[in-house]
Design a protein around this ligand. Structure first.
Ligand code: RNT
Ligand code: ZN
Length: 418
């Protein structure tokens, strides 16, 4: 079947495939730099353990060890993904020059000038994240620590990150979401659940007292359920993070990561719930396998359902900030990056090709038999043709074309990194 034939099949259902392609091309989706080097960063010893309750597993050859290697890998990835990617950096990816080094509380915009150059040359916007893990000042708590000096250090880090986010937004001419996530929590039954939360709240208040224009810098508060080593208590739980964002709507937005809930909860259902109250929300799209394992995003049912809610709720018109967050060290890291990014693009395109208004009408009229049958029949429409057309329209490889190029890159470039 050709694109023209597939287009006719969709047109018969009142769906304009050209329009879907046009709309999706402009939607920014953040690509997380940390898939390329197993979340190690450049600001401290790269062989230190990853802390904060997150884990990368696997030892596939080719991890990027320097900014130059990471940028080279990113360029390869950008040449294989359709749409409008945006960079997403962690503070630990600061690039120091001429033997200089700054601790996290002393980071400055200029430590990210190389990234600005990189983004400018490629027409990319950039999002940002303070890094509250893998650092000797995690005691192991950070913003919720009982030690005022530890808290102060991490508050200063947060403020520095607001200034850096502002610099990224100004230089690149696109808003910068700045996501506050800490792994603060306890391994075993707490004696005090309230104290750390009150301190966490006060620390975020202090960070957000740093001046910024909320249209340009968008601080996000990410919740979590548990992490490895902190199984019994998470300071920034769902209720904590959501309440903080709700009470401070003029200063920050809530961020949901779909690996951060109990296994039968779905973030797709939470998107409209939050959008009934918040003008804007942010997402980390990942794939939890039994826990927050951060597997590569697939074109699976929940990813499709998340994309449908984004589209139906006006998320593509700026209400939902979409970012990816996964890290797999057991397979080719570029293939992991590309697969996840292409899959979120696929899911959004798939969502744009659903007869949304007609299905809403069936629901409202109580015609549930027809609604179920029509939803099922959409699954065997010739979606692959539209996906290929989208990739071609973006000047990017169609399925089947990109992996051989990555395999070649692995042979030429990645195997040299030992
Ligand atoms: C951890 C959170 C957080 C991190 C990144 C590296 O569970 O999802 O977003 O994955 O900041
Ligand atoms: Zn996340």
């Amino acid at each position: 079947m050709s694109y023209e034939e597939a287009k006719k099949r969709y047109a018969a259902l009142g769906i304009d495939t050209d329009d879907a392609i046009r709309r999706l091309k402009k939607v920014p989706v953040s690509l997380h730099c940390w898939q390329g080097d197993d979340v190690r960063g450049f600001d401290t010893d790269p062989d230190k353990p990853l802390t904060g309750g997150i884990q990368t597993t696997g030892n596939y050859p080719g991890r990027a060890r320097t900014p130059a290697e990471l940028m080279k890998d990113l360029d390869m990835v950008f040449s294989m993904i359709p749409g409008t990617p945006k960079m997403n950096l962690h503070a630990s990816y600061a690039i120091f020059e001429n033997g200089e080094w700054a601790d996290r509380d002393k980071l400055e915009p200029r430590h990210f000038s190389k990234w600005v150059e990189f983004c400018k040359a490629r027409g990319l916007g950039c999002d940002f994240n303070p890094t509250y893990f893998s650092h000797p000042r995690c005691d192991p708590l950070t913003l919720s620590s009982p030690d005022p000096d530890t808290r102060k250090f991490w508050i200063e880090h947060g403020k520095a990150c607001i200034r850096i986010s502002n610099y990224l937004a100004e230089e690149l001419g696109q808003p910068c979401t700045m996501n506050i996530w800490t792994g603060d929590g306890l391994k075993d039954i707490p004696a005090d659940r309230m104290g750390p939360r009150v301190r966490y709240k006060e620390s975020i208040d202090e960070i957000l007292s740093e001046p910024y224009d909320f249209k340009k810098v968008k601080p996000c508060i990410e919740s979590k359920v548990f992490g490895i080593g902190v199984e019994s208590y998470t300071v920034g739980s769902a209720e904590f993070a959501l309440s903080y964002a709700a009470m401070n709507k003029d200063k920050c937005i809530p961020l949901m990561d779909n690996g951060h809930y109990h296994p039968t909860e779905t973030v797709s259902d939470k998107i409209p719930a939050l959008l009934a109250f918040f003008p804007e929300i942010a997402l980390h799209i990942t794939r939890p396998v039994r826990w927050d394992s951060d597997h590569v995003v697939l074109f699976d049912d929940e990813t499709k359902e998340i994309a449908k809610e984004i589209v139906r709720c006006g998320g593509l018109e700026g209400r939902v900030n979409i970012a990816l967050d996964y890290f797999d060290a057991s397979i080719n890291r570029l293939a992991a990056w590309i697969t996840g990014y292409r899959n979120i693009q696929k899911a959004l395109l798939y969502a744009l090709l659903q007869p949304v208004d007609e299905q809403k009408d069936l629901q409202d009229k109580g015609r549930f038999t027809r609604l179920m049958v029509e939803q099922e029949e959409m699954k065997t429409m010739p979606f692959g043709e539209i996906w290929d057309a989208y990739c071609r329209e973006c000047g990017k490889p169609v399925d089947g074309e990109w992996l051989p190029l990555i395999e070649e890159y692995e042979k030429k470039e990645l195997v040299k990194r030992v």
